[in-house]
Design a protein around this ligand. Structure first.
Ligand code: UDP
Length: 310
């Protein structure tokens, strides 16, 4: 197939490009490089099945020739990006998704929208099942991301219903693995960086908030299954193994053989208290299950962090 990936230089986008190329597809990677890193694509530069287009999806997306699939992954996504690029994040979710859907419509391609567990906000239903509508502060410190992704889902379903565009929506839960930006600001890079330098590991709040971390290979295998399925309603993909942020900090300190102490800082506003995907839908309809447990996934991730921090 001929496949476009927006956000191709990002953490998830670049791993997706690798997997699609490995399956023998021709891949056109699009990225503005605002938060994506071109180094993530260095190893595929000379692959004749790959082409990179530096372009911002909030502008018209030019891709000559036919297309079979559009994976729309472009968007800043770390909480550290939220105060840096609030307006841009809203534009990417709205105009970027509009352009990605327009591209898919023009080419007769199937489009997959990379959505997020953030559409559930600070959830009052646990674990989060796809039928839950969420608990989102529309003007809060995460609202530019949450509402952009919610709008993007609405737009995707509208193109599907009005324009008969073949669409898929994946709700991605916390994911980790090699190639995460060292200065990404998310919990795992922060903890690893501090632990490997024997500097204090900073927990926001008392660390009782929970997350459920999925290894990148598991996530992308699920997303590619979803793309090739007939499920046009949103589908959670994530690892349901839940852990408190405090326990997570201890795990990483132990893994890094670190002398770091744990320090506590104020919890950012609207930081979700609990997060765990209900993955019954993906299990039963896609036959998907995560395979890499946290111990194994963290080991693989630690090797990459150690190599890049040298
Ligand atoms: N967190 C933390 N210390 C850090 C970074 C994050 O305690 O250095 C907490 C954060 O407040 C949140 C959880 O870890 O409760 C996960 O944060 P992350 O930024 O990875 O993403 P989120 O799941 O909140 O979108």
């Amino acid at each position: 197939m001929r496949i476009a990936v927006t956000g191709a230089a990002g953490f998830l986008g670049s791993h997706l490009v690798d997997r699609l190329l490995a399956e023998g597809h021709e891949v056109i990677g699009v990225d503005s490089l605002i938060t994506g890193q071109i180094e993530n694509l260095k190893h595929v530069e000379s692959n004749r099945l790959f082409r990179f287009v530096k372009s911002d999806v909030t502008q018209y997306i030019h891709i000559p020739g036919p297309l079979d699939r559009v994976y729309h992954f472009a968007s800043p996504a770390s909480p550290l990006d939220f105060p840096r690029y609030p307006v841009h994040i809203l534009k990417v979710g709205a105009l970027g998704t509009l352009n990605a859907l327009g591209l898919a419509k023009a080419k007769g391609a199937r489009m997959l929208q990379a959505s997020t567990s953030e559409v559930y906000g600070d959830p009052q239903v646990h674990p989060q099942v796809e039928s839950y509508w969420g608990h989102v502060n529309p003007i809060g410190e995460r609202s530019m991301y949450d509402e952009a992704k919610r709008f993007a889902e609405a737009l995707t379903m509208s193109y599907h219903r009005q324009n008969q565009v073949d669409t898929r929506i994946v709700r991605i839960f916390n994911t980790y693995g090699p190639r995460m930006r060292l200065d990404d600001g998310r919990v795992l890079p922060n903890f690893f960086r501090s632990a490997l330098r024997n500097e204090p590991v900073t927990i926001y709040g008392d660390g009782s908030q929970t997350r459920s971390f999925c290894y990148v290979d598991d996530l992308l295998r699920g997303i590619m299954l979803l793309m090739e399925s007939n499920l046009d309603e949103p589908t959670n993909i994530g690892n349901p193994e839940e852990i408190t942020v405090l326990e997570f900090a201890k795990e990483i300190i132990a893994l890094a053989n670190s002398k770091s102490e744990i320090v506590f800082k104020t919890l950012p506003k609207d930081d979700p208290c609990r997060r765990r995907p209900d993955i019954t839908r993906a299990q039963t309809l896609l036959g998907w299950n995560p395979r890499v447990n946290r111990a194994e996934g963290l080991k693989r991730t630690a090797e990459d962090f150690i190599r890049r921090m040298k």
